[in-house]
Design a protein around this ligand. Structure first.
Ligand SMILES: [Zn+2]
Length: 255
């Protein structure tokens, strides 16, 4: 049976997600920003927490781990390169490994840049990806520990996933990201229609995710750094994509 998802808000702008395997009853939290909203979601669904899949070591993704682990005895899976910075880790994974939630199987994709050991979990059979703070809806994470080149490569790995992949991101930043994206591509029609859609979603109290890889490819300037019109639009016609990406990311930092 297909995976089931429960999406909810944590802290000020984090997303919390539960992934449930109806065949085995296994349920994973993707990251654990804080325990209380995750427990409310478990209560609302009746699911029992068996796993926590961690994308990276930042506190707003890991602060809830120990409280949940103590209560539910769940298994904690984390990126090998950051395991020392994450509490309660039972199993470490790296590029090419599989991380399972019951019978649901994900491929681990290393996406360094935001942090050096950041990973994404791609559940290919269900066409779902959990990308933490690497890719956002119409945005991408800040390049904190890695290099701009690493982040650009990581984003390309995610961009290479099938177009109909549903992407769950770590934060609700969509409207601010769209405002910035329109300064890079003011005449991108797909982006403009996304802006109208996102405003409606937020006004209605709805989430703006999951997004699809196919839509992001048309609308997200950070993964469009190798589109000639994007480079030309910021005065960098003919420049290599990694430099165009770095310029867009630098502009966003100052926006
Ligand atoms: Zn982070």
């Amino acid at each position: 049976m297909p995976a089931e998802i429960r999406l909810f808000r944590c802290l000020s702008d984090n997303y919390g997600v539960l992934l449930h395997d109806p065949d085995t009853g296994a349920t994973a939290a993707i990251d654990a920003p804080e325990a209380a909203p995750i427990e409310s979601a478990l209560k609302a669904t009746g699911w029992k927490l068996t796993d926590i899949l961690v994308t990276h070591h930042h506190a707003d993704h890991t602060d809830g781990i120990m409280e949940l682990k103590n209560k539910y005895k769940c298994r904690v899976v984390a990126p090998a390169a950051e395991a020392a910075k994450i509490p309660g880790v039972d199993e470490t994974v790296k590029e090419g490994d599989k991380a399972k939630v019951g019978n649901l199987v994900s491929n681990v994709i290393e996406t360094p840049g935001h942090t050096l050991g950041h990973i994404a979990y791609w559940f290919h059979a269900d066409k779902i990806a959990f990308v933490g703070d690497t890719l956002f809806s119409i945005g991408c994470g800040r390049v904190i520990e890695g290099t701009m080149d690493q982040m650009w490569s990581s984003l390309q790995k995610l961009r290479d996933l099938p177009d109909d992949t549903r992407v769950y991101v770590g934060h609700e930043y969509t409207l601010a990201n769209i405002k910035f994206a329109l300064t890079i591509e003011p005449s991108n029609a797909a982006l403009k229609s996304r802006a109208a859609e996102a405003e409606k979603q937020i006004a209605g109290g709805h989430f703006t995710i999951p997004v699809t890889i196919g839509a992001e490819k048309k609308q997200n300037p950070f993964i469009r750094a190798d589109v000639p019109e994007v480079a030309a639009g910021i005065g960098m016609a003919g420049k290599p994509a990694n430099e165009v990406f770095a310029e867009i990311r630098t502009r966003k930092n100052k926006f």
